[in-house]
Design a protein around this ligand. Sequence first.
Ligand code: N7H
Length: 569
Amino acid sequence: MRLLQAFLVVGLTLRGSLTVQAATTFALPNTSATFQTAQPTLTLATWDATDTFATATDSQRTTATASNFSEQDPILDSRRTVNMLAGAPHLLLVVLLSFGRADIKGIYSLPQQGEVVQNKTLNVTDIQGDILIGMKKKLELFYFFSINEPKAFKKKLHTYVVPRITSTFQLLSTSTQPIVCLNLAFTRTGLVSLGITANLGDTPFNRGQFADASNLGDVLSNWISAFAGTKVHGVFLIASDSSSNLVAMVKWLETLFGTDMTKLYTLQGNIRPPPNDGHEMFGFLDGIGQPAVAGFNLVPAPGQQVVSPGVILTGEPGDSRLGSRPKWAKDGSFLVFRQLKQLVPEFNKFLLDNAPPAPTASPSMTLAERAELLGARIVGRWKSGAPVDLTPLVDNPTMGANPLINNKFDFSHTGFNINTDQTHCPFAAHIRKTRPRADLSTPLNAIMRAGIPYGPELSRAEAFSNQSSVLSSSERGLAFVSYQSNIDLGFQFIQTQWANAINFAPGKNPVPGFDLIFGQNAGATRWMSGADIDNPTWKLKMLFDHVISRGGEYFFSPSISAIRDVISV
Ligand code: N7H
């Protein structure tokens, strides 16, 4: 297999010495205006041969939009040329050999493309791809912009960008995933600047995240300046398996829009290198607990929360504001973006410094094992993903890697009182605060998470000094993304009513305290009970936050047809 891969890469690289000259003359339909841009020159080597290559998608899209695309579209042209040169057998190999983020152990598998299409519950060719399944790539760039020339912006958006937006359908199979995925979302001020003033019915979205900062418990001085205020109009989400492809897409967008938009800020996320791929920066497997959308995730994993499509998608059954939205808002979703900085060496030291004595049930635990147990109790899962509710004293990587077992729990245990028992999972554990399972009879608040870690791996110097580097280029954390049909029932609710609220879940004895991962108290000390198995009333205190909000924004991610037929006309 490796030999074949090497052959393929060399083959493409040799051919890649040919240069595709992209003369970018964009003709704008319905106007006589044409404009010449700096000529982005793409060599074939720009397209990383280990990327998934979407022949089917390209041909479909070329047919669908032939009249809209310039013949000299740089990205499409280079893809077509690679296609011609590489030939079908090679392409098949590329498809087979490259999986990006699709195959992380422990994460339940995606629905089959064919089944979803046959089921016809959702219009998966119209719903942006990131919403229900995530981008499935190793790298993702968030490009935040403001719009300067709405008229010109709309025209180019309509003609050139809409045909590029990656749909859910495309992401469902490695054979249709594009080499570079593109999604797009707007803030309220962005929509208004494009002349879309209809009220989408979501108060946090209408006000923007900056106005919500103190309600969320953020410390404003930690916010990145681009997010302070309401100047961000939109975000491009660009994902690929190689950074040169991200660069090429950014260049294409910047060349296309020129001064019609201004880049305000970018953040590049990256899947961590093996063996930590799929794990966030503190080391825990992420992306396990996601809701199953009825009619889409056709075979929910045991223990998975099944929600109506309208809990995630606006205008679908189950959307609590179904009747009051404009028609075109159907099949969109509100996107919450948060840049959450993580102090990893400090967190590791916190665990070592505060590890309770060995539990009576496992008296010979070393300090390192006790620190690991404390981390698992704060999160509610071991680093492997195994839930402490099922394996309270020791990690079980086999269980963590098995999506048929790793969600099959609800915090209740025969012979134990769910309101007083913390021997299995603390009340304030992150996964219990954010999805209370049997703690609440009908929890309706659910989000689809699509975040990605950002920043470098821990350096030796940081690990030895127990201190994160002060260099801004060394900042690491989570580029948090969640999708929901109502921000006030989704992210905002979970953050303020559950994670930040010491009395949540109600009726517990002792009082749970804060979610020590992302619960916030405006920078002041936080605590939780239940961290020590043998002494549940002991309050574990965290004097400073190890996850720091650097701010973010609230966006609306419309359906592809809404961007094409309403927003860009
Ligand atoms: Fe969390 N972490 O590493 O500790 N999260 N989270 N989160 N989170 C989860 O189930 C983490 C954040 C949720 O269904 C796991 O995927 C970190 C925000 C929800 O059982 C881990 C940060 C919100 C779940 C982490 C962070 C949430 C969840 C377990 C910030 C928003 C699913 C693996 C830097 C409201 C619960 C998994 C369920 C799980 C971590 C942020 C929500 C390991 C480090 C802002 C709903």
